[in-house]
Design a protein around this ligand. Sequence first.
Ligand code: C5P
Length: 411
Amino acid sequence: MSELTYMPLDTSLSQRRILLGVSGGIAAYKSCELVRRLRDLGAQVRVVMTESARHFVGTTTFQALSGQIVHTSLWDTQAEAAMGHIELARWAQRILVAPASADVLARLAHGHADDLLSTLCLVSTAPLYLAAAMNQQMWAHAAVQANVNTLRARGVHVLGPAEGGQACGEIGAGRMLEPQVLRDVLVSSFAEGALTDLRVVVSAGPTFEDIDAVRFIGNRSSGKMGFSVAQAAAEAGAQVSLVAGPVSLPTPVGVVQRVDVRSAEQMHSAVLDACAQADIYIAAAAVGDYRPLARSDCKLKKKSGAEVELTLTENPDILASLAAQPKPPFLVGFAAETHDVENYARVKLKCKGMDMIVANQVGERLGFDAPDNALNLYWADGSMELPRNDKLNLARQLIVQVAARYQMVRT
Ligand code: C5P
């Protein structure tokens, strides 16, 4: 491992410039954690606090966490000397207000510019994200909903709120989304356009290899990871074809073509067809390695007490077939392993001629049907860890890395 560029930290926000606005709400304490999580991914964070936010958290906390002076007022000469408010508005690539109180939503909806945060939001052309947080009755109020509609119609991203118990003791929609979720929204916002004009084929789900009219051998796979990858690729601007094994999942928005297949042989031919025009193939399917040599059209009769032999023959390897072509697409494979993950993944990377392999450890609580997963990415001279997260967020992070590697290797 020593000769490899090992990157233990996810760098998916590396050099990204994020302006975090904090307004007055108890959820402001969660925004401290958010600053840490954004910086863990390499982001530069500058914090702007409203006056009421400072009743909940002190500026020193945000200053220590962001490593930058905290901006609180249009008339603060010290902060203005460090970076004037117009410069700060231009500096930001994304503005996230978290928590965004009912008051902030109203002020932004009506274009106020009488404090630093509202002024910055008017001056900046950066995409604006508002993590709503307030009492559930306030959120449900017609005035707040009208402001939310106005903001959304203007292209502002209003995030949340989540449902659940509130600090005031009430239960309902009003909680700020968790820092990790807000961080993931920002990560994926930078992925937008990363695959623009590229054609991506994704395979997902298991394959079923029929023994007779009612029995089959299959791999355990819900298809969730592959469907999330297809969705994330579409969000990143790709034209996505999805070749799906037998799963009962809806087609993600943005997938231009879905081909449903059952067996490995059918998947092989559907993927090869789709890849004739593709730039990237992401093989998330759990393809059966073997199929019964003979398939019976009728249900085979049970013979009590007798041992039954089933002769299996090997299925074609889809990735290897593509790698053997004169001009294969950029190939990303998956490896689900129960142990010794890196070793097995690297062997597969090489043997199957892939450009990148996505490995996950499957076991009791991860992989298969679980909503969460944790991934390790490996390529010839590097690796990256994507820590535990829900499958869609992981897929978005994976797409950021696939796009980066593709640009490096193929353009
Ligand atoms: O099954 P295995 O762990 O070898 O799968 C590794 C990768 O190879 C996966 O991305 C899977 O989709 C792909 N594969 C394939 N054709 C097969 C078997 C697996 O493309 N017949």
